[in-house]
Structures are given as structure tokens and as C-alpha cells.
Design a protein around this ligand. Structure first.
Ligand code: FAD
Length: 322
């Protein structure tokens, strides 16, 4: 076994903010282990993605045969396993997307390593890799020692700073993998239309909750978000009510965001929601209830009916922009 860290990336996502976070987490761990950072890219990666990854990793291995053009769990698992077996790393990191969530435990089992989900911090103590993750709905942090090698972890990628350029561009090596016959196939694909700024990478996010009372007030939030150059998200309750699509959901079972500012409007601040915004640099809330849990975590709070705050705030920001 080497001291190296492998990051597993899917070509279809490109070198997006999540992949940058996985690379940042990988570089930090590789430095602590005094090992190298190796990136494994599966799928039809374009030149830009490979150039971006080569800038931050010490080596890049690409498996881009036609059967890997679309994500298919067994094929991707086989490709990551094959390459990891050759590299014998101390740790394998994946992101918090479908690929990471589906493949982390399976890859760990195949490699005989220790699986761990939802890592928010990585460290090394007495030669053993440790992973921290939130516990009890975000009220505590648990630190786990991963005793079997390799440690195979999906990390909350956006919570990690992107990796910095390594100084010299890594060599990109292409490899071919023998793939198993797929037992599933994609029969249909629905691509949700994206309005406004995507939530995942937004620097500013406005979130709406059940306290909005209906779908229409989300239009006011969208207007505010347009003026702010922000993305719009929501609590699970607002999504469950059908006021906005499930893709808006922020939280434990939704998206985990890491904006510079999160403005929560009529959201109580349940632990499951807060898990999705714990990496926000600044948190602001508008809520009629001074005892709402969200006021315990936020940096700025306005105790008021959102209807009295959102329109004048939008107007004032518009004036300031002009
Ligand atoms: P409420 O808790 O009903 O809060 C509404 C708030 O609006 C209140 O604080 C109220 O004071 C305020 N309000 C009312 N009227 C106004 C007004 N006119 N102006 C201003 N404020 C007003 N939730 C998530 O969000 N994301 C998740 O990923 C998630 N995952 C979950 C996973 C599990 C396993 C479970 C059990 C729950 C999960 N939940 C999740 C649900 C979570 O526990 C809460 O129920 C949910 O977050 C509450 O949403 P809310 O804050 O919009 O609604």
C-alpha cells in the first residue's frame, strides 16, 4: 500500500465546484500522509476538464471507453476498482453526488477497505486516517478512525476549499478497463429546466420555507434573488407542499450549499435544514418568531413578517445597484 490519495471523478460533472472540493480534500490528506494526489476520471472527459484536473493533481488516469459515456453503477464501480487496485492508495475520496453515494460502500467492500459517508474533515493521527462528520442532526461532531486500508470516503465536497495548482501539470494517462455486463440501463432521462443561478455553486442563496404560506411568495423571492444575483432554494416543507420542485431542497436530504451568504425567509431552522447550510459563511434570517431556532445560528436576524421585509429590501438593493 502507498501513502497516496485517489480522488474518483465523473467526467459528466466536469471539474465543477464539487470536484474542486474533492480535490482540495484529497490534497490536504495527501500532504498529511506525505503521499501524492492521483485523480481517476471515468467517462468522456473533455480537454478542459483534464487540463483543470492535471493542474491540481500529481497524476491523472482516465478511463473513457464508450461504455462509460453515461453513468452506470456497475461499470463505474469496475473502472474505479480496477484503477484503485493498481494504485494501492491509502485513501480513496468521492464527492457527495449520486456516484459517490452509490459507489463508496461498494468500492470499500471490493477493495477490502473502511467505508465512511458524509466526511466534513480529514486528518491523520498515529498513521491512521480519521474522518469527522456531523452527528445527532448537526448538534455534535463525531470523529471516526478508519482502521482498514484504503479508507474510502465520500466527502461533503463544497465544504472543502478547492485544491490549489500543484505547480507543474500532471501527465494524463489513458487506461482501458474490462467491464462487466451491465444489469441496469437508462430507459429515460428527464432534465429539469434550470431557472436562474444554479443552487450548487451560488455565492448568494435566498431560501424560502413553509412560513411563506403558498407558492406565489416564491416569485417575490425570485425577484429579490435576481437583484442580489442569488440562487433560490427552499426547506423540505416548502418542497413537500409542492410550491417549488424537489431540486430546490436544501438540507440533510437535499442540497448542501456553501455560499458567502444564506438568507433564510420564513424557515424555522430545523436541524435537518441547517445541516445543508452549515458551510455558509454568513447566515441571515427573516422570521416572525423571535424564538425560532434559526436565530440561534444566524449572524443577522430580522424578527418580522417577510411581507414587510422582502419588497422594501428588494427595492433598496435595486436602488443601491443603480
Ligand atoms: P416550519 O418548521 O413550519 O417553519 C416555518 C417558519 O416560518 C416558522 O419558524 C415561522 O415562525 C415562520 N413564519 C411563519 N409565517 C411567517 C411570516 N409571515 N414571515 C416570516 N416568518 C414566518 N428539512 C429541510 O429543510 N431539508 C432537509 O433536507 C430535511 N431533511 C429531513 C430529513 C429527515 C429524516 C427528517 C425527519 C426531516 C427532514 N427535514 C428537512 C424536515 C425538517 O425537520 C423540518 O420539518 C423542515 O425543515 C421545516 O421547514 P420550514 O422551516 O420551512 O417549516
Amino acid at each position: 500500500m502507498s501513502n497516496d490519495v485517489v480522488i474518483c471523478l465523473s467526467a459528466s460533472s466536469g471539474y465543477d465546484r464539487a470536484a474542486q472540493g474533492v480535490a482540495g480534500a484529497g490534497r490536504k490528506l495527501a500532504d498529511e500522509l506525505s503521499g501524492s494526489l492521483r485523480a481517476v476520471v471515468v467517462g468522456a472527459a473533455d480537454d478542459q476538464m483534464l487540463a483543470d484536473v492535471a493542474e491540481v493533481a500529481d497524476a491523472v488516469i482516465v478511463a473513457d471507453q464508450p461504455e462509460l459515456a453515461d453513468y452506470q453503477p456497475e461499470s463505474y464501480l469496475a473502472a474505479f476498482e480496477h484503477i484503485c487496485r493498481q494504485l494501492e492508495p491509502a485513501a480513496v475520496l468521492l464527492g457527495s453526488d449520486t456516484v459517490g453515494l452509490e459507489l463508496t460502500p461498494r468500492l470499500a467492500a471490493r477493495l477490502g477497505g473502511s467505508p465512511m459517508s458524509d466526511g466534513t474533515g480529514l486528518s491523520v493521527a498515529d498513521g491512521t486516517i480519521r474522518v469527522s462528520r456531523s452527528a445527532y442532526g448537526g448538534k455534535a461532531e463525531a470523529v471516526y478512525e478508519l482502521k482498514r486500508s484504503p479508507a474510502v470516503v465520500w466527502v461533503r465536497a463544497r465544504g472543502f476549499e478547492p485544491a490549489l495548482p500543484a505547480g507543474s501539470e500532471a501527465v494524463v494517462e489513458k487506461t482501458s478497463v474490462e467491464l462487466p455486463e451491465a444489469t441496469t440501463r437508462i430507459v429515460e432521462r428527464h432534465v429539469e429546466e434550470q431557472e436562474g443561478i444554479p443552487l450548487d455553486d451560488a455565492q448568494l442563496v435566498v431560501g424560502g420555507g413553509r412560513g411563506l404560506g403558498a407558492a406565489e411568495p416564491f416569485d417575490d423571492l425570485r425577484i429579490l434573488a435576481t437583484v442580489m444575483n442569488a440562487a433560490v432554494g427552499a426547506s423540505r416543507s416548502a418542497c413537500d407542499e409542492g410550491w417549488v420542485p424537489p431540486s430546490y431542497q436544501i438540507g440533510q436530504t437535499g442540497k448542501k450549499i456553501a455560499p458567502e451568504l444564506y438568507l433564510a425567509v420564513a424557515i424555522s431552522g430545523a436541524a435537518q435544514h441547517m445541516l445543508g447550510v452549515s458551510d455558509a459563511k454568513a447566515l441571515c434570517a427573516i422570521n416572525t418568531d423571535p424564538d425560532a431556532p434559526i436565530f440561534r445560528s444566524c449572524h443577522f436576524g430580522i424578527v418580522e413578517d417577510y411581507r414587510k421585509v422582502v419588497p422594501p429590501l428588494t427595492e433598496r438593493l435595486r436602488e443601491l445597484k443603480q
